[in-house]
Design a binder for this molecule. Structure first.
Ligand code: 4NP
Length: 148
C-alpha cells in the first residue's frame, strides 16, 4: 500500500515547498510509491506560489517547485497522511496544539534534531542554499527509513 507524507512549516511558501519538491524528485528517482504534499499552519499565504528565493534555490538544484500553491494544514490531514513532519519546533508544537498526535521533526533525520531555520526572515538569498541542503538531506534520509 502506498505511504504518504505531509511536510508542514509556518507559511508553506519557503521551507515545506522545498521539502515537497525534494521528496517528490527523490521518490521519482527511486521508483517509490509514496504520496507527498506540504502545508503551513498559518493562513497568510493561501493560494500563493513558493517565495522567489525558494523557487530559485530549487531551480539551482534541478527542481521546479513554481507550480505549487500554499495551503493551510487541516485536522483531516492528520488522518489522511501516514507521516506529518514539522520543519522546526514551533511547527511541531503548532501541530500538536491542533491535535496531531504523531508529529515528526525533519531535523531528526540527519541534522541532530536541529530546526530548519525560517528563511522568510533572511536578508536576501544568502542562507537559502544551506536551508535547501538541510531539507534535501533530511528528506532523503527520512524516505530511506520508510521506503520498504
Ligand atoms: P515558511 O516561511 O514557514 O518557511 O513558509 C514563512 C513564510 C511566511 C511567514 C512566516 C514564515 N509569514 O509570517 O508570513
Amino acid at each position: 500500500m502506498s505511504k504518504s507524507i505531509i511536510f508542514v512549516c509556518l507559511g508553506n511558501i519557503c521551507r515545506s515547498p522545498l521539502a515537497e519538491g525534494a521528496a517528490k524528485q527523490y521518490i521519482k528517482d527511486k521508483g517509490l510509491d509514496i504520496y507527498v504534499e506540504s502545508a503551513g499552519t498559518g493562513s497568510w499565504h493561501i493560494g500563493e506560489p513558493p517565495c522567489e528565493n525558494s523557487i530559485k534555490v530549487a531551480h539551482q538544484n534541478g527542481l521546479d517547485i513554481s507550480q505549487q500553491r500554499a495551503r493551510q494544514v487541516k485536522t483531516e490531514d492528520f488522518e489522511k497522511f501516514d507521516y506529518v513532519i514539522g520543519l522546526d519546533d514551533s511547527n511541531v508544537q503548532n501541530l500538536k496544539n491542533l491535535g496531531c498526535k504523531n508529529v515528526l521533526k525533519l531535523g531528526d533525520y540527519g541534522y541532530d534534531g536541529k530546526d530548519v531555520p525560517d528563511p522568510y526572515f533572511f536578508d536576501g538569498f544568502e542562507g537559502f542554499d544551506k536551508v535547501f541542503s538541510m531539507i534535501n538531506t533530511c528528506t532523503k534520509n527520512f524516505i530511506d527509513t520508510i521506503k520498504n
